[in-house]
Design a protein around this ligand. Structure first.
Ligand code: ADP
Length: 396
């Protein structure tokens, strides 16, 4: 069968010659689909479920160069974030669990009225952990999907269930991170980006096609407001086309089988008020990601300090947190970085000192840092988020 080439053993050994990408190819135990590798002889129909489109159908009419670019450049290969890395935000975490993880664990129960949302919007001030959450969801989404699979199915498609761990690991890489600006896709790590200016809507199509082939997948769109802003007269034709294509793909309306897609679109935005009504409706869950509370700030500082030599007592850390109301998570990160420079600043000659001669970070370093690093979110902005949350946010 066509799947023979993808037996787990081949991960370690030489990959077939047409697979010289950096990323190992894997077979989704769920559907018997595999990552597109340009092989025109791939099975026409999905073996396990003939009603589901084959990879070939999904990718037809899509520029192979774009597919390659998405696989090589856009897929984020290291979403190693866990929920423990995200401080505070208990409400958001709980809601996500209910909306995302439970349905994954028990897809048989979460059907019909209980079917999980396909769109999740995270909104709130900058630097509050939206991107971290997006990564975390992607990781768990994929993990649970794989874990739910009936292991007999794996045997059927030629995968040794004892190798599951390896497959999870590879599957965890399955996150697509896209940054989109007005008229083109921007992929920060990519040098190829400029080539695709003006081809935005084709990229949107290619992105969803690749996601479908690699499902379960999460399409994470950072700064999604720039993609879904309200239509204005002066709007560029190209960005209008990108938006339209995105909404079409989001709906997955083209064929009934797309209903079965296990693709979750997660959008993050600092400017929710700029998202138009049509787009807003499609995100069934809209979660407010607020500034961290005192406790959240404490956890962030504690975590960051745990990796450094320091002399601060918990009480002193609490004191710092009391002085930093209104700071975002990334402000706290900046504060700790600034404080960590304290011990360095007093060193006369950085070239000659040995690393263990650098004194530990202390309370005074933090007090000094507070005078340098200020809260980045204004009260006026906060009010805007709160109002938007009252009007459109999902409370549970
Ligand atoms: P945004 O909400 O703008 O997407 P990010 O998720 O990119 O913010 O967070 C930026 C940085 O701030 C993170 O890399 C992390 O260091 C810190 N940070 C923000 N929020 C949290 C949080 N809740 N817990 C831990 N770190 C956080």
């Amino acid at each position: 069968s066509a799947n023979k080439n993808y037996l787990p053993g081949t991960f370690k050994k030489k990959l077939p010659s047409n697979q010289d990408h950096k990323l190992p190819k894997f077979v989704s135990p769920l559907l018997g689909t595999k990552m597109y590798n340009g092989n025109k002889n791939s099975t026409k129909r999905n073996k396990l479920n003939p009603n589901i489109e084959s990879d070939e159908e999904r990718l037809k009419n899509i520029d192979p160069k774009m597919i390659e670019m998405i696989q090589n450049e856009i897929m984020d290969r290291s979403p190693n974030i866990t929920w423990n890395d995200i401080a505070g935000l208990e409400h958001a975490k709980k809601t996500i669990q209910e909306a995302v993880t439970w349905p994954l664990l028990r897809p048989d129960i979460f059907t019909g009225l209980r079917s999980p949302p396909k769109g999740l919007l995270l909104f709130g001030p900058p630097g509050t952990g939206k991107t971290l959450i997006g990564k975390c969801i992607a990781r768990y989404y994929i993990f649970y999907q794989k874990a739910c699979v009936n292991r007999n199915l794996w045997v059927e498609i030629g995968i040794d269930p004892t190798l599951a761990v390896k497959i999870y690991h590879i599957a965890l890489n399955n996150i697509f991170k896209v940054e989109i600006s007005n008229d083109h896709f921007h992929c920060s790590s990519s040098s190829l980006t400029s080539k695709w200016v003006g081809d935005g809507e084709k990229m949107v199509r290619a992105l969803f096609a690749v996601a479908r082939v690699n499902q379960p997948a999460v399409v994470f769109v950072d700064e999604i407001d720039s993609l879904l802003t309200q239509r204005t007269d002066g709007e560029y034709e190209s960005s209008r086309r990108i938006k339209t294509e995105f909404l079409v793909q989001f709906d997955g309306v083209k064929t009934a089988s797309l209903e079965e897609d296990r693709i979750l679109v997660v959008g993050a935005t600092n400017r929710p008020q700029e998202i138009d009504e049509a787009a807003r409706r499609r995100f069934r869950k809209k979660l407010y990601i607020p500034l961290p509370e005192n406790e959240g700030r404490f956890t962030i500082v504690k975590n960051l300090l745990s990796k450094q030599k320091h002399l601060l007592t918990d009480e002193q850390i609490r004191d710092i947190c009391g002085k930093t109301a209104g700071y975002s998570g990334s402000d706290m990160d900046g504060l700790c970085r600034e404080a960590a420079l304290g011990p360095i600043r007093i060193i006369g000659d950085i070239r000659t000192i040995s690393a263990d001669e650098v004194r530990p970070i202390n309370y005074q370093d933090f007090l000094d840092a507070i005078t340098q690093v200020r809260a980045s979110v204004s009260d006026r902005d906060l009010e805007l988020y709160q109002r938007w949350n009252q009007e459109y946010g999902s409370l549970s």
